[in-house]
Ligand binder design. Structure first.
Ligand SMILES: [Zn+2]
Length: 352
């Protein structure tokens, strides 16, 4: 669970213990600021988890408007700066995260695109003290900012932070080539420490191929937070684009994340696109169910039109999705078709 000392808004004093006469509440709406007004959200709505993380006792203190000008403080040692690259594939933009503080320096997760103004803001938000730059994967909205950010640090006279991640696989598209200075190891821990206060932040590396062959997630152990890159998003579904994307690997990685949620008591997920997600284990389970349901629809389309093309199948399997998204959906459909073909033509509902 999140360390209480790291919360932005002081928790209320403990309430008296519940008695048999105390009614159970079925739902607990939360509120934040949006467009200058107070907006209320229920558990199933996108901003709910972010409000729960920043204002656990229901204070109305967090602003939800997306902007790229200023970092958003999520915890005392956790900032998010969103790159100015909103779009169909990037939602409100790429979230760059900064873990750490002025005493122990910072780790950047996903510097984002090579946007000089964004990188300058990121560098300033870190007070110029960046120890590591981690790229969750090599896609163009995540990794190209790494080298220019490193150069920014070097120009300011600091020890240039190492660029960490996994090299792109031969299957990566031309715009997604990436070579870290050092490859991360699965299970490796990146540690920030302040000897005086005894405070430590530990990022535990998890290899999670699927969205991209070189995708990694990171767990902030002391607070039970998962940085999910593009493996899990809030407000949209990640695209699996073969051959670098692979649906079977994606689902296996999802199982890995489900195990990590239990092992590390993970409560919140911080995606590369969208608000913080709460109830992490449930979000992972929901996503797996969604993928398997989609796979069943793809298999049904293949059975209904055995000689059909991918264009024919996408109309049936993604009938619930706006037609403008079908060209993108077709990539994930292809990933499902590959997986169905590998399993002999039937969706592996019970084997995953
Ligand atoms: Zn992305």
């Amino acid at each position: 669970m999140v360390r209480r000392s790291q919360l932005l808004n002081p928790p209320f004093p403990a309430s008296p213990p519940r008695t048999a006469a105390t009614p159970l509440q079925g739902s607990c709406p939360r509120a934040g600021w949006l467009g200058g007004h107070v907006a209320h959200y229920m558990e199933h709505e996108a901003p709910y988890g972010e409000l729960e993380l920043t204002c656990p006792d229901g204070q109305i203190a967090h602003t939800l408007d997306w902007q790229s000008e200023r970092p958003v403080l999520l915890l005392r040692h956790l900032q998010r700066l969103t790159a100015p690259n909103p779009g169909l594939m990037t939602g409100p933009g790429t979230n760059s995260y900064l873990v750490g503080d002025a005493l122990m320096g910072h780790i950047v997760i996903d510097p984002g695109p090579n946007d000089p103004a964004h990188l300058e803001r990121l560098w300033r938000a870190a007070g110029g003290d960046i120890r590591h730059i981690v790229c969750t994967h090599s896609h163009p909205d995540h990794a190209p900012g790494a080298q220019p950010l490193q150069q920014l640090c070097a120009r300011a006279g600091q020890t240039p932070p190492a660029i960490l991640g996994l090299p792109s696989a031969p299957t990566a598209r031309a715009h997604s080539q990436f070579q870290p200075e050092r490859s991360l190891h699965d299970g490796e821990r990146l540690i920030l420490k302040d000897a005086a206060s005894g405070l430590q932040h530990t990022l535990h590396v998890l290899f999670t191929p699927g969205h991209a062959a070189n995708h990694v997630c990171l767990v902030l152990q002391e607070d039970g937070l998962l940085f999910s890159g593009d493996h899990i998003l809030n407000g949209s579904t990640t695209v699996i684009d073969p051959p670098d994307g692979n649906m079977d690997a994606y689902l296996q990685s999802l199982d890995r994340l489900a195990q990590a949620c239990a092992a590390h008591d993970i409560r919140f997920i911080l995606p590369a696109h969208g608000y913080v997600l709460g109830d992490a284990a449930a979000a992972v389970a929901r996503l797996k169910q969604h993928r398997l349901q989609r796979e069943a629809k793809v298999a049904a389309a293949m059975q209904a039109l055995p000689g059909g093309s991918h264009d024919d199948w996408v109309k049936l399997a993604y009938a619930d999705v706006p037609a403008r998204l079908w060209p993108v959906a077709k990539r994930s459909l292809l990933a499902h078709v590959e997986r169905i073909d590998q399993s002999g033509g039937v969706p592996r509902m019970n084997k995953v």
